[in-house]
Design a protein around this ligand. Structure first.
Ligand SMILES: C[S@@+](CC[C@H](N)C(=O)[O-])C[C@H]1O[C@@H](n2cnc3c(N)ncnc32)[C@H](O)[C@@H]1O
Ligand SMILES: [Mg+2]
Length: 220
């Protein structure tokens, strides 16, 4: 059992459960055509983010790391009328591609792409309403910093999700010299010891290989 089976099982469940439509497939195609790396979440993972946002009843969502806007579209579609999603992206080509993909999906009225390094943009969000859901999916070495900001920008009942925390299993190596693995390890430790967070992590296999999510609830 391995990648071929994981991909086939994803395809089976996607065919039954995951309503990836033309706007989403076009977003993936346009991102590939623009030369962006295929680092977007898988369709069933996008649907998971969508469902979590709906289960939470999220009206405000923050995403750190837009790429071509694939996860952005899944999340923004979970918003009710009047809901807002802010997504942060450092790379101009990614932001341009995402803007076109989000417009094609008819979501530009509720999605705002802010361009620049997330650490520079996050302080500018403090005046906004707290975010109900934060999806952290950018440069992994900065995850501990992003967690600090996520805690400042949320409220009790908010959900914080971190992507790509398993990294083919490398996360269990305390001696790693990979700054991305060090980033997700420190991120997870900080979540685990934080008095206002209750969390879990799930390993995932599928079309995108072997990885996983951390999910935390902000408590009182
Ligand atoms: C894994 S991709 C995001 C994938 C996207 N969330 C999805 O699933 O469709 C990571 C993105 O973060 C962006 N990024 C990397 N470092 C960043 C930083 N310091 N600030 C903002 N964005 C950054 C990259 O340019 C890239 O587009
Ligand atoms: Mg990711």
């Amino acid at each position: 059992m391995g990648q071929r089976t994981w991909t086939a099982v994803d395809a089976y469940f996607d065919g039954l459960l995951v309503d990836e439509d033309e706007a989403l497939t076009a977003a993936t195609a346009a991102s590939g055509a623009a030369g962006l790396p295929a680092h977007q979440v898988a369709p069933n993972q996008g649907k998971l983010l969508h469902l979590l946002a709906r289960i939470r009843g999220a009206r405000t969502i923050l995403e750190i790391g837009t790429l071509g806007g694939y996860s952005t579209i899944w999340l923004a579609r979970a918003l009710p009328e009047g809901g807002r999603l802010v997504t942060l992206e450092a790379d101009e080509r990614c932001a341009d591609t995402a803007a076109a993909n989000i417009a094609r999906a008819g979501l530009e009225d509720r999605v705002e792409i802010r361009r620049g390094r997330a650490v520079d943009l996050l302080p500018g969000l403090t005046g906004m309403d707290p975010f109900d859901l934060v999806f952290i999916d950018a440069d992994k070495p900065s995850n501990p910093e992003y967690l600090k900001w996520a805690l400042k920008l949320t409220r009790p009942g908010s959900v914080i999700i971190g992507d790509n925390v398993v990294r083919d299993g490398a996360v269990v190596d305390p001696a790693t010299d990979d700054p991305r693995v060090q980033g997700v390890r420190r991120f997870t430790e900080l979540i685990g010891e934080h008095p206002r967070l209750t969390a879990t992590a799930l390993q995932t296999v599928g079309a995108k290989g072997y990885d996983g999510f951390v999910m935390a609830l902000v408590t009182d």
